[in-house]
Design a protein around this ligand. Sequence first.
Ligand SMILES: [Zn+2]
Length: 223
Amino acid sequence: MAGKLRPLAEELCALTEEDWALYVFEGDPLSGKLTREQKLDYAAKAAACGQKMAEKLARDQGPLPVAERIAALGGRLDIPPEETGGPLPLFASFTEPDLVTIYPGNARRTDDLRREEGLEDLLGPVPTGEVLLAHELFHLLEYRDPGIYTRQKHLLLWRLGRWENRSAIFCLSEMAAMAFAQRLSGLACSVYVLDVVMLYVSNPQLALKKREDILNFVRRRKG
Ligand SMILES: [Zn+2]
């Protein structure tokens, strides 16, 4: 698999924010109810929400490692030894109400590989673990703010007389978390790229397949 990571990262770095937004929407169960324009509008607002929160936090707390930001906000951090199990590795997670978990093994190996393959010009120097922690920190802040954009029920599913059923759009939460993590950490590329690079470290075949899926989706869409 040596030599395949650099082209993968280059191809994914060339994608636009719109490409990523529409690709991520594909995985949302409500995707079929939205037009392309609506998806791009929601995605742009979700990204802006994440970016503004990152800027505010950086202003309020000053420069700090993300683990210290989480601690200062009263969050708990768990760093268990290696996660074992299925082909889809879990890198980090947030558990309500206040627990951030990170599996540091994959993050460290990703940093090693980024160095070995010379990806600094594409991804910059920010450690993978900082980006992961920042992503989960967004979910902590989101959990504490019921009025946040990503939790609002944007979509009217049906209406019957005075009754209506509205739903939040789940992928907006991930989009905002990705934008927050990139803004707070200063990662040089989209966090979606780093996500595939991390997958490559633990399962190269799966990462190459994901690259294929993403690029095919973007090509199809541009017809
Ligand atoms: Zn997330």
